[in-house]
Design a protein around this ligand. Structure first.
Ligand code: ZN
Length: 289
C-alpha cells in the first residue's frame, strides 16, 4: 500500500526500529524489494536518485513504482532521493511520488531553509512528505563536489522548526558509496541532534556502517536508512559470476535471475536488521535466526 514518510517514520521511532530505504534501478528490483518487505511484514522505501531519473523520467518511473506499492499489503513509500531543482520535484509530485527529498545542503544555510520551506509548502498541500538535509554527507568518489560537514545540533533544530520537514538527513560520520563498513559514526553527536529536534532522523551512506552501529542507531533516534551500495554490490557481483559461469548466455531473464535473488536476500537482511526491537513476531524470528 502507498505511504509517505510521515505515515511510517514516527511509528518506527516509537517502536525503536527503522525503515530501510533502497535505491532502485529497475522495476524488477522494485518488485523484489517490495515483496521482501511484505514477507517480513515491514514497511519499506523505494527511492530513485538523480542519475536514474535522467535515464527513466519521473513520469514513467513514478507511476510504475506506485503500482508496485499498491501491489503489496505493507506500507511502501515512493521517494525521490537527493534533488537539487524545484522543477524535478514538481514533476515527481505530479507523477505520483509520495515523498521527495529537497537537498539544499550545498547551499548557504538561509537558502537551504528557504528552498526547503518552499518545497514543504507545495508537497504538503499535495499530501507528499519531504526530507531535508542539514550538514553535508560526503561521497566516496574522486570527482565529487559534495562537501563533508558534520551536522550541528542547534542548527538542525532551527532548520526543522523553520521548514516543517517530515524527516531530516544528518551528517554524523557516514560517507556515500563506501564499499567497506569503515564509517566512523559519532553516536554522541547523533544523540545530541536527536535531543535537539523531534523530527525523525535519516542516515545516508548506510552501506558503509558496521552492523552494530546500524542497530544502535535504529534502536535510537534514526528512523530511515538510505541503502544503495549494498544492493548494487549484491546485484553486480552476482551478475559478474553469472557471466563467467555462462559465457554463451544472452537472455536477460536468465542472466538476472541469480542477481535478483542476491538483491532480495540483501534487502531482507537489511530490513530485518533495522527492525531491531520491533514487536512483529515474524521479524523477531528473522532477527534471531
Ligand atoms: Zn544520500
Amino acid at each position: 500500500m502507498e505511504a509517505s514518510l510521515a505515515d511510517i517514520l514516527p511509528g518506527a521511532n516509537a517502536e525503536h526500529s527503522a525503515v530501510a530505504a533502497f535505491n532502485i534501478f529497475g522495476l524488477d528490483e522494485a518488485v523484489c524489494v517490495a515483496t521482501a518487505a511484505e514477507a517480513l511484514r515491514r514497511p519499506v522505501i523505494l527511492m530513485t536518485n538523480k542519475d536514474v531519473v535522467r535515464r527513466i523520467p519521473v513520469e514513467v518511473f513514478g507511476p510504475a513504482l506506485r503500482a508496485v506499492a499498491q501491489s503489496v499489503s505493507v506500507p511502501v513509500v515512493v521517494h525521490l532521493d537527493h534533488t537539487y531543482t524545484f522543477e524535478t520535484i514538481y514533476r515527481a509530485i505530479r507523477a505520483g511520488y509520495t515523498s521527495v527529498m529537497f537537498d539544499g545542503s550545498q547551499l548557504p544555510y538561509e537558502e537551504n531553509v528557504a528552498g526547503t520551506q518552499h518545497v514543504v509548502e507545495i508537497a504538503h498541500a499535495c499530501g507528499v512528505s519531504v526530507e531535508g538535509e542539514i550538514g553535508s554527507v560526503a561521497y566516496n568518489e574522486a570527482e565529487t563536489t559534495i562537501r563533508h560537514e558534520l551536522t550541528d545540533p542547534e542548527t538542525a533544530a532551527r532548520f526543522c522548526s523553520y521548514t516543517g520537514v517530515d524527516a531530516v538527513a544528518v551528517s554524523v560520520g557516514t560517507v556515500h558509496k563506501l564499499t567497506d563498513k569503515s564509517a566512523a559514526v559519532d553516536q554522541e553527536l547523533l544523540h545530541r541532534i536527536a535531543a535537539a529536534t523531534p523530527v525523525p532522523l535519516v542516515i545516508h551512506g548506510s552501506s558503509g556502517v558496521p552492523d552494530d552501529d546500524l542497530i544502535a542507531m535504529a534502536r535510537g533516534p534514526v528512523a530511515k536508512f538510505n541503502i544503495g551500495t549494498a544492493l548494487r554490490r549484491a546485484w553486480g557481483e552476482t551478475l559478474r559470476m553469472e557471466f563467467a559461469a555462462h559465457p554463451e548466455e544472452f537472455d536477460h531473464l536468465t542472466l538476472t535471475k541469480a542477481p535478483l535473488e542476491a538483491l532480495r536476500r540483501t534487502a531482507r537482511e537489511m530490513i530485518a536488521l533495522l527492525a531491531a526491537d520491533a514487536t512483529d513476531p515474524f521479524t523477531q524470528k528473522e532477527n534471531n535466526s
